[in-house]
Design a binder for this molecule. Structure first.
Ligand code: FVH
Length: 293
């Protein structure tokens, strides 16, 4: 008889991501129960061996570990609210995207109904799920994470960030801040060199080296932020601000939008006006931690 010893798991929500999650559990040998509002989406997974639950309540009661991945938190709360009696005793891992307040609220709400709760963020697209490239961030009580770490490993590289349920959502948006900042800087540069007939592919390797160089600065800059001390070891903010002016002037001269460099020049100017011109770039953290009214 072919008996599996892997933890039974349930996946609620079989959109693009939920189907990938359930598929990875199946591939890793976990007995997998699935439920989706539109039942037909379960078909291919059932053909691969998943067990379809008749109702979301049945799905929640099917085993010790439930992964939920819906469009947004209101959908999660609507669905779970209709089946709250089924939450007692399960460990619920919510991989739906949302903000930190929604994560903390949902953790509190689920806890009051007897569920253990971890909140998560998926930093990957569905085809990467089940590979080491799929980064999955989780936050909530560490013992609940440790209890299910082996099963969760079927999904990718899983990291526990801390006990605060809001951490995974905060890392999620912090990652987006990095992503869009890097991409917008790259687009600014691509537009600039493009005015001289340089195509994007020719510029990309140089842009990549600059991005890698700047990434090397982060640990040292982080130490300055954490210590609250910003000695100008390699460059003073006022020197950087002069280079920003060049970037703005060149952009305007060649007809490239200068809105992005004007934004960071305005931040630097405010910090210089506050007396930080002789300090190093990370002193600008105060522009972010103390937003203007
Ligand atoms: N797809 C991706 O690449 C990204 C990667 C990063 C993280 N996201 C987040 O994952 C959540 C789900 O995304 P998705 O791509 O699976 O989204 P859809 O394919 O649109 O599937 C949505 C599922 O949610 C179900 N659903 C929606 N509302 C309700 C509701 N009120 N009650 C029950 N289920 C609901 C929907 O059901 P159905 O339409 O098939 O009946 C789908 O199963 C999301 O937070 C991303 O930000 C994915």
């Amino acid at each position: 008889m072919n008996r599996t010893t892997e933890t039974p798991v349930t996946v609620v929500g079989l959109g693009l991501m939920g189907r990938a999650l359930a598929g990875a559990f199946l591939k890793a040998g976990h007995p997998t129960t699935v439920w989706n509002r539109t039942p037909s989406k379960a078909g291919p997974l059932v053909a691969e061996g998943a067990r379809p639950a008749a109702t979301a309540g049945d799905a929640l009661r099917a085993g010790p570990l439930t992964i939920i991945c819906l469009t947004d938190y209101p959908a999660v709360r609507e669905l779970l609210g209709a089946h709250e009696n089924a939450l007692d005793g399960t460990t619920l891992i919510n991989l739906t995207s949302g903000d930190s307040a929604q994560a903390r609220d949902t953790a509190c709400w689920a806890g009051q109904r007897g569920a253990r709760y971890l909140d998560g963020a998926i930093m990957a697209v569905p085809p990467a799920i089940g590979t080491a490239e799929a980064e999955i961030l989780l936050s909530g009580p560490r013992p609940d994470f440790e209890a299910h770490r082996p099963a969760l490993g079927a999904l990718g590289t899983v990291t526990h960030l801390g006990a605060d349920h809001g951490l995974a959502s905060l890392y999620d948006v912090a990652g987006l801040a990095m992503m869009w900042s890097v991409l917008n800087g790259w687009l600014q540069g691509t537009a600039l060199v493009g005015t001289a007939g340089v195509d994007a592919a020719t510029y990309a390797p140089f842009a990549r080296r600059i991005a890698a160089l700047v990434a090397e600065w982060l640990p040292g800059y982080a130490e300055q932020i954490d210590s609250g001390s910003f000695p100008a070891e390699v460059s003073a903010l006022e020197t950087d601000a002069r280079a920003m002016s060049h970037l703005i002037e060149e952009s305007e001269a060649v007809g490239v939008d200068a809105g992005l460099p004007r934004l960071f020049k305005a931040m630097a100017d405010r910090a210089i006006a506050a007396g930080h011109g002789g300090e190093q770039y990370p002193v600008l953290i105060e522009e972010f931690t103390t937003p203007r009214a």
